[in-house]
Design a protein around this ligand. Structure first.
Ligand code: GTP
Length: 322
């Protein structure tokens, strides 16, 4: 039994107003909720059970993912009444796992092509307590910058700072030995980044860096969210969860698109959406049941589920109906 926990309980403040009604991990990315890409990635790496650590809008996950049967993996839900932070969430969710082996932990907002199975075997061959997936970015200020030795043993974890000592960052996927999770205090608000990792390093625990420079994107900002969809639709990033495409677009079979509408690559049209005559869509994400009025031109724009865009609206890099 190979186990995972997916952290999906955050408020997603950087994506408001999109996240006022839909939690960030349930936002549509290339035709499916973002979390589906991560669940399918976990399954492909050999994970057989996953607990979704939920809090904000917890009730929106289960109706879509159910017990996981449809996705070929067992899915359970741990709900925090009050958010417990990333560390508290991991401790709380682990109680629902059947397996006792190492646990893969994913931040719910990272799209990555990194080799998860490789990270798990690296963790095992090092007999590590924790193995952090690291990637390199041009500007590490908004992330946790991680320093490590030539044998990949982590030396320092520097959470978000003005002058980071390295551009190697915590890319948001960890393997934890089960004993390390069990040592996190129960029912307390705890941050793995600010408390657990620094404490483990202080205690000289075996914390290792798994460096992988393949595709990585934090979908936590509006621009990044649209980039994720475009990259998945164009093939710049692969996910087995991306549905079948037509001309670089995903158009739900239940959407109604007027034959005079121009639908350009990078566009997603959700179930039961209506796109009227003369509309032009380029890199647009049209939510479920939304209607785009005739002759509107929408570029790099996100339309909320059920929203009505009046005729002849022109919008670029915008969010309508939230
Ligand atoms: P911002 O507010 O825009 O930064 O987004 P966020 O709320 O998602 O926070 P952040 O990016 O710091 O969180 C990293 C991951 O941990 C995300 O996938 C969150 O959903 C998740 N997360 C953060 N805090 C909690 C929590 O208290 N409980 C649970 N279950 N998950 C959390």
């Amino acid at each position: 039994m190979s186990s995972a926990i997916l952290l999906v309980g955050g408020m997603g403040t950087r994506l408001q107003p999109l996240t006022l009604s839909t939690p960030k991990p349930m936002l549509n990315v290339a035709g499916v909720p973002f979390t589906e890409h991560q669940i399918v990635k976990a399954r492909e790496a050999g994970i057989t059970e996953i607990v979704l650590a939920t809090s904000f809008k917890a009730e929106l996950f289960e109706p879509y993912f159910g017990n996981g049967e449809k996705f070929g993996i067992s899915i359970k839900y741990a709900v925090e009444k009050e958010p417990l932070g990333t560390g508290g969430a991991i401790r709380n969710a682990a109680a629902m796992l059947s397996g006792q082996g190492p646990v893969a932990i994913f931040n719910g907002d990272v799209l990555s092509a990194h080799d998860l199975a490789g990270q798990i075997s690296f963790h095992q061959s090092n007999k590590a307590d924790v193995t952090l997936y690291l990637t390199e970015v041009a500007d590490a200020r908004a992330f946790g910058a991680v320093e490590y030795e030539s044998d990949f043993r982590v030396r320092a974890f520097n959470e978000k700072m003005e002058n980071p000592p390295t551009n190697m960052i915590n890319a948001g996927c960890y393997i934890f030995a089960r004993e390390v999770i069990d040592s996190i205090p129960e029912n307390e608000v705890i941050s793995v980044e600010r408390q657990t990792f620094p404490k483990l390093l202080e205690e000289q625990a075996r914390v290792f860096a798994y460096v992988d420079r393949s595709y990585w994107l934090d979908i936590g900002t509006p621009a990044a969210l649209l980039k994720a969809t475009k990259d998945l639709l164009s093939g710049a990033m692969y996910s087995a969860a991306t549905p079948a495409l037509t001309g670089g677009c995903y158009i739900s079979p239940t959407a109604k698109v007027d034959s005079s509408a121009e639908i350009e690559a990078g566009t997603v049209i959700g179930a039961e959406a209506i796109v009227e005559a003369g509309v032009r869509l380029q890199g647009a994400v049209v939510g479920k049941g939304a209607r785009v009025g005739a002759r509107s031109i929408l570029i790099d724009t996100f339309i909320a589920d059920g929203a009505v865009v009046p005729p002849a609206v022109i919008a670029e890099s915008n969010f309508l109906g939230f």
